[in-house]
Design a protein around this ligand. Structure first.
Ligand code: IPE
Ligand code: IPE
Ligand code: MG
Length: 243
């Protein structure tokens, strides 16, 4: 029988916050001589699996990288198809997420998205705002450098207005001005598809995150992959710079 890591079991600790770079949809499709778009479609099932899996394992926070600010430079047909999928997925899943006790939030430049998706985003946030079983954050049109630049601008404005002294700017002040202000830093970051880079995801927040890189392509990601990554996390010795 599969041994599933348990929270508070005294060993194999469960991460409180898992972040996932969902990569490899295009390669999944190419391997099958299908259009890249088919890979994105299959990726939706993996998202459901990740959300359910985190709920089952008792993970409190899940953050998913769905579309980066750099992904806007993809061919317009691929972007349009992805927007169509977001539209379909959000419409279809809003009830299930809300009933499963999932609170959904978004980070990223939401105002670059088509207006109807912006409205959907608002509706999902509103509908799920009182939930607390799992805090799901979807990074959509998100780029970490742009997020940090935005935080710096806000801080500079407060200094200009005399609300904040330059000498008081510290790590906590910066963290409070990021879009992730309400989230703990990720304990575990998973990237699928074998790529080993952050691609402008949560650069500040991942200062002490454990990274697990899986060769699995995102459309093939299942609960067992999550369990494997969590088990790998449990075997790590986190020192945070101490001995
Ligand atoms: C991840 O899969 C999904 C998005 C970035 C939107 P990719 O589309 O990057 O797939 P690969 O990396 O080309 O295989
Ligand atoms: C990162 O994947 C963004 C998402 C998974 C949403 P990419 O496929 O865009 O990253 P690169 O181009 O390989 O770095
Ligand atoms: Mg990719």
């Amino acid at each position: 029988m599969e041994v599933v890591p348990q929270r508070d079991s005294g060993h194999e600790p469960i991460p409180e916050h898992v972040a996932i770079i969902m990569d490899g949809n295009g390669r999944w499709a190419s391997k099958r001589s299908l259009q890249r778009l088919r890979g994105h479609e299959q990726g939706a099932e993996a998202v459901r699996e990740a959300v359910r899996g985190c709920g089952d394992l008792g993970i409190r926070y899940l953050t998913l990288f769905a579309f980066s600010s750099e992904n806007w430079s993809r061919p317009v047909e691929e972007i349009n198809h992805l927007m169509g999928l977001f539209r379909y997925f959000f419409n279809k899943e809003i009830n299930a997420l809300s009933e499963a006790g999932v609170k959904v939030n978004f980070i990223g430049n939401i105002n670059r998205l088509p207006e109807d998706i912006q409205s959907l985003v608002e509706e999902i946030k509103l509908r799920t705002q009182h939930n607390s079983k799992l805090i799901l954050t979807i990074a959509l049109s998100y780029g970490s450098q742009s997020e940090i630049a935005g935080a710096m601008r806000q801080i500079a404005e407060k200094v200009e207005a005399g609300e904040l002294a330059a000498r008081d700017i510290c790590e906590e002040v910066i963290a409070r001005h990021l879009e992730t202000a309400d989230l703990p830093d990720p304990d575990l970051l998973i990237r699928t598809s074998g790529e080993k880079r952050l691609s402008n995801f949560l650069l500040w927040q991942c200062a002490y995150t454990e990274f697990v890189f899986l060769d699995t392509l995102w459309p093939d990601f299942r609960k067992d992959d999550l369990i494997a990554a969590v088990r790998e996390y449990g075997s790590r010795n986190r020192r945070f710079g101490a001995v």
